[in-house]
Each structure stands twice: as C-alpha cells, then as structure tokens.
Write a protein that binds this ligand. Structure first.
Ligand code: IVH
Length: 669
C-alpha cells in the first residue's frame, strides 16, 4: 500500500492531538480528555504507523520506549557545567545573600528575584536541536554526566519535540525529575505486592528509575519533571529568568506553578517562610526555596564562584532530622495483630512539629540498627509519614544498655506472639485480642472507610473496654440510650452518633470491602473488586483464588488473603449481621449502553495491533471485564500469534476464540 498525503496529514494530526493532550495534562494540569479517549488516539496512531512504518517520526508519541536495554550508560560532557547552589541555612544567611548581591552590583536599586521551590529529585539536562529532543543526561559531577536519553524519552511530561513553530535552533534545559507522593506510594504498594523491596523515599525511587539500563522499566515508573534553568540557547533572545520560565510552558515544558517574582529582602524572607509552611502539604518533596537574581545581565555581572553562581542561593529548610534520646520502647498491637515497636522519645521539635514517638518497624530493624532504650538517636520526619529512627549515635550510648528484644507474648492480651518463617512482622495470634478488636473497629468507622462521623478512637476504646461491642456488626446494635450511659457522653452527641451510624448503612461495596480490613486489600482493590463483581458481595465471597488472580490488578498474595478472609465462618457471620442491620450497596454510576456489559475477555499470545493494557482499558470502558486466566466464566479469548495453554484451555471449555482483527472489528461495530 502506498501512503498518501492524506495519511500523512492524518498521522501528523494524531501526533499533534496526543502531544497537545500531554501538554494539557502535564504542563497545565488541565486535561480535556479521559484516559480512555487518550488511549484510543494512541491506538489509532499505532495502527496507522504499523501500516506505514516509513511515516513514523522520531518524536511520535509511540516512540517513547524504543531502544533495547543498554549494557552501560555512556558519558556526556555538559557544554555549560551544571553548577550547584550555595545554601542559606536560615533567615540571617538569606539577608547576607541579599546584602552581598547589592554590594557586588554596587547598587541602591531594589533587586528583582525569581523564587522557586527547591525540588528534592534529580537534576537532568535536556538538549533540543532544531526542535527535536536529541539527548538528555544526569548532572553527574556537574561537568560530565551519564547519557540517559532513552530513559528520559519515556517520561511523558518531557516533550519529544518543541511545541512551537519558532523553536530555538538549540535549546538546553535543566530541570528536576521527581515523583508525586501519591505515585510513589502506589509504586511501593505495587512493588510489595510483587515481592519487590519498596523504595525508601520518592527521591531514591526517582534515582533508581532513571538509572535503569532497560528503558521499558523506566517507562513504568511515574516520573515527572519540572524545568527551571537554561543551558545554551540559540535562536531566541531571553533576558531574564522570569521570561525564560514563561516561555517554557509555551514550548511544552512543565514549570512548577509555585514560582514567584518579587523584589528586596522582604520578598525573599516572605517566600522562604511561606514555602516552609507549605512544605508538608505539597504533593511532592521539597527541601528549600531557590532564589535567583532575575535579570540575566545582572547574573552575568555577578558571575560564578568555583562551584556555585553568585546570583543564586538555596534557602534550606530546618532539618527534618534531629537527635534525641529513647526513653522507652513500647510494642503496640494493630488491627492485624502486628506487633510494632514504637520508640518513646524525649520530645523534640522536628521542622516545626513536636515529635515524641517514632516507629522502629520490626525486630529485624531494631536488631540491624541495634536500637536500645537510653540510646541517642537521629530521627527524621518526611512529609506526612510517621517519624522514624535513622541511626543510633553510638558515641553517646550510656553504659549498661542491652539489646532490645520484642516480647514473645502480646503486651495487651498475653497471648502468644509468633512470626511466620520469612516474614518480618510478628503477630499476636489471638483474634479476640482487645487491641485487634479496637484496631479493626477504628479502621471500619474511619473516614476513608464507613466514615461514621464522631466515632473516634476514644469512643471505640470505651465501648470495647466496657464490653458493649466486640465486632463491627455490633456497631449497628448500638442505641442512643446505651451510648448516653458512657462517661462524657451527652444525649446530643449520642443521638448524633446514632444518626451517623444510620447514614453509613447506605454505602458502596468498594467502601465496605476496604472497611473489612482484609489483609493486603485497600481502597483501590475494593474498587477493583466492586467493578469485577458488579456490586455483588455474595459472588466475591464465593470466588476462589484462581478466579481472583484472573482479575487485572489482583495478585496471588491478595487473592489468598481474600479467600482466607471469606473462608472464615465468623467473618461471614459478621458480614451477614451487618447486612441484616441494613448495610446495603449502591452501584457506582455507569455510562448507559455499554456494548460489552458483563462480558469477560482474556488476551493471550503476542498482541500486535494494540497493547494488552489498551485492550483491557477499552473492554472495561465498555462495561466488559478483562481477566488474565481462562475459566468457564470467560466469554472471549483474543489470541495473538504464539498463544499456548490458554488457547487450548479455552478450546476445551468451548470459549469463543477471536483473532486480534476479529476483536477490533467487534469493538468497532
Ligand atoms: S537552579 C546554577 N532551581 O538543587 C543553578 N536548582 O544545589 C543551578 N534544584 O542540582 C540549579 N530545584 O538538583 C535550581 N528550582 C530550582 C531547583 C534546583 C531543585 C536542585 C538541582 C541542583 C541543586 C543545586
């Protein structure tokens, strides 16, 4: 088949549309299409490109993951070194910076600055020639970095070509690659589920992802970029940092929305303080604020020292790490019976928050760090995570301390605590342990779960200690008069709580599943299960591990936890009692007229016309379900070349088998 000018235009239009959607999403945080629509455009482009491979351009959005794994990274010498920044550790040092700038420029005029959050990620350089992304590198030692072009290409917020007709002929851009907390959390959750070790923090996760030799792995990591500095720029004249940062989004590059210009010392101090206050509420990690003299001619005049420019400084925030002493180590028992050692600390201020507890995770962690009662330790707090002990300051260890060992009986109920072979966590084996009961109920009533307003930890403790409730089902037997008998409980609060309990009865299956506190099953899995079982809890309770692992996103560990949970008669009984009390599920709204409603699809063999993910999201968007294993419930098996055992099984079960083309035809009808 010969390509025509029409095909060419069609391809160009698809590429432009997809690139524009990327910019809407990553640069302006304002998407105008759903994931499904976006995927459809991508698939359409892929199909056309497969028919006319000679029309594939290097900046096509299909070409983000192209290269084969490398055996090592080659080196790239930066044409202009990537300098680091001098630090200002407090307000006084920030004043000094400002005074030195004025003195050096020998001026009484107010100095205009650009203030930016200092992202805690990895600095990279992107090089564009004639509008195309040609290579990208790590900072390295500032002079020579590593060529990570193939990895950077996979980051969707990095444009593969500059989105503007009058792009500069040469454009070097520096920026920070990082991860949002939420994406980081999800990544670690997935890793744990797959038996891989979690990353310690978003920065490590970003660094580890950027340094993969196989770009296909990098492509699966939720990396982002914010750009903040020019290298060599030819073909346009830019005269200030603010005009540079204004140009970047027009060229398709994301810039941190929290940047600000202003003049004088008051502006610097103000921004520094505001950013520090904001720090713990941002969706990503920052460790300071960067201040840059705005005008490039003044930057030129100020010049550079050996390692850092005179025209910029990094205002660092107060350490999130401080030292304190361990007064005691208390084992605490959670809702799953997990016994977690908590260090009781001599209270200290860490970055503006008084901290008196830190988690020690488990016995292995305690032994590895050899943490003992009486030790002086370095603790750290990051974002909204629980403070943890980084290390012991051995020089300060008092005499006659001894290694700490978690007790082998439960500190709450005295039952035996045991630790299964190969697991890090020790658990109290008594499911009637008051600590577990309290934990399960507290989880059930909490905001993300059944969301029973006014039902806090204190109330749970009172009710369990007085023997009023033992299980979540007992919550629905509570009466206003019984609640009113409790200490510090007025009539009014009692009736408010009863009303909140009543209100919680109308819920969704997803919420209820999450609330049950099944091990390894969180909010997201709740939604996955709700969708798959279409709001029918009964079918979920009767599903076996094979069916469950067939569900996209459900792994073996999760499937087993779910099966174990529902195999327990006591659990089934509690659920039935909740339902008898009126707990019911409304189904989430679904678009009308879904052609694949209720149909179960399995894909096997090497798919050539679309990716598995695309096919699955398409099927789900049309009300169908995608599964990864063939069973009697399977409606269609889509078999690409090389299909093996699944094909045989489908044939033996009489499942309809389609080729990729037949599948495409079916969904297009
Ligand atoms: S400007 C000469 N701006 O901080 C100017 N750097 O210690 C060089 N960083 O390696 C960098 N956010 O990784 C600049 N808005 C920002 C930044 C930023 C984070 C990092 C960057 C650099 C380090 C400098």
């Amino acid at each position: 088949m010969n390509s025509t000018p029409t095909t060419n235009r069609q391809l160009q239009s698809l590429r432009d549309q997809i690139n524009q959607h990327n910019i809407r999403y990553y640069v302006h945080d304002d998407p105008v299409v759903s994931d499904v629509e976006y995927d459809q455009l991508m698939r359409e482009l892929q199909r056309l490109e497969e028919t006319w491979p000679e029309l594939v351009t290097p900046d096509s959005p299909t070409q983000r993951v192209g290269a084969q794994p490398a055996s090592e990274f080659s080196q790239i010498t930066h044409r202009i070194p990537l300098q680091s920044l001098a630090n200002a550790m407090n307000e006084e040092e920030l004043r000094q910076f400002h005074i030195q700038v004025k003195r050096f420029l020998d001026t009484e005029n107010e100095i205009e600055y650009m203030a930016e959050p200092k992202l805690d990620g990895l600095a990279v350089e992107l090089v564009y020639e004639n509008g195309l992304f040609v290579h990208g590198s790590t900072r390295g030692d500032g002079t020579v970095g590593e060529d990570i072009t193939q990895n950077l290409r996979t980051i969707k917020s990095i444009p593969l070509s500059i989105a503007s007709p009058n792009a500069p002929s040469v454009l070097e851009i520096r920026g920070e690659v990082f991860m949002f907390h939420e994406d980081f959390r999800q990544l670690n959750e997935d890793r744990l589920m797959n038996g891989e070790p979690p990353f310690a923090n978003p920065r490590n996760a970003s660094a580890g992802s950027l340094r993969q030799l196989d770009p296909r792995i990098t492509a699966q990591r939720p990396l982002r970029i914010y750009c903040y500095a020019p290298g060599i720029v030819e073909g346009v004249t830019i005269t200030s940092q603010s005009s540079f940062l204004q140009m970047l989004p027009k060229w398709g590059f994301p810039v941190n929305p929290l940047i600000k210009t202003g003049s004088g010392i008051k502006f610097l101090l103000d921004y520094y303080q505001k950013m520090e206050n904001k720090r713990n509420n941002l969706p990503y990690d920052i460790d300071g604020a960067v201040f840059k003299v705005n005008r490039f001619d003044l930057q030129q005049e100020l010049g550079v020292r050996s390692r850092s420019p005179r025209w910029a400084t990094a205002g660092k925030f107060k350490a999130q790490q401080v030292t304190t002493t361990i007064l005691d180590i208390i084992p605490s028992v959670g809702r799953t019976g997990a016994v977690t050692p908590v260090a009781k600390l001599d209270p200290v201020n860490v970055g503006g928050v008084v901290v008196s507890n830190a988690t020690l995770h488990n016995q292995d962690e305690i032994s590895r760090k050899d943490v003992r009662i009486g030790d002086t330790v370095l603790i750290q707090r990051a974002g909204d995570v629980i403070p943890e002990v980084v290390k012991v300051i051995l020089e300060n260890r008092p005499e006659d301390t001894k290694p700490y060992q978690l007790p082998d009986t439960c500190p709450v109920c005295d039952h035996v605590v045991s630790r299964p072979e190969g697991e890090a966590v020790a658990r109290c084996q008594n499911i009637s342990c008051p600590a577990q009961i309290k934990g399960r109920i507290t989880h059930f009533v909490s905001k993300g779960c059944m969301d029973i307003d006014g039902f806090g930890v204190k109330l749970v403790e009172q009710l369990v200690d007085e023997g009023v409730i033992h299980t979540i089902a007992d919550i629905y037997t509570l009466t206003q008069s019984r609640l009113a008998l409790l200490d510090r409980m007025g009539d009014r609060s009692a009736s408010n709580i009863i009303a909140a309990i009543e209100k919680s009865k109308e819920t969704t299956m997803a919420r209820f599943i999450h609330s049950l506190g099944i091990r390894n099953v969180g909010e997201h899995t709740g939604k996955v299960l709700e969708k798959y079982f279409n709001g029918n809890l009964e079918s979920l309770q009767n599903a076996d591990a094979e069916e469950l692992t067939g569900i996209f996103e459900i792994g073996h560990v999760m499937a087993q936890s779910i099966v174990d949970f529902f195999n327990d008669d006591e659990n089934r009984n509690i659920i039935r009692r909740c339902q008898d009390s009126g707990v019911s599920f409304k189904l989430p709204e679904r678009p009308a007229q879904q052609i694949l409603s209720g149909k179960v699809f399995v894909f096997t063999g090497s798919l050539e016309k679309f990716t598995r993910k695309e096919a699955e999201s398409w099927v789900e968007a049309q009300g169908g379900r995608a599964s990864s294993s063939v069973s009697k419930n399977t409606d269609y098996l889509i078999a690409g070349p090389g299909a093996g055992s699944k094909l045989a099984k489908a044939e033996s079960l009489g499942v309809i088998v389609l080729t990729e083309s037949e599948f495409l035809q079916m969904i297009q009808e």
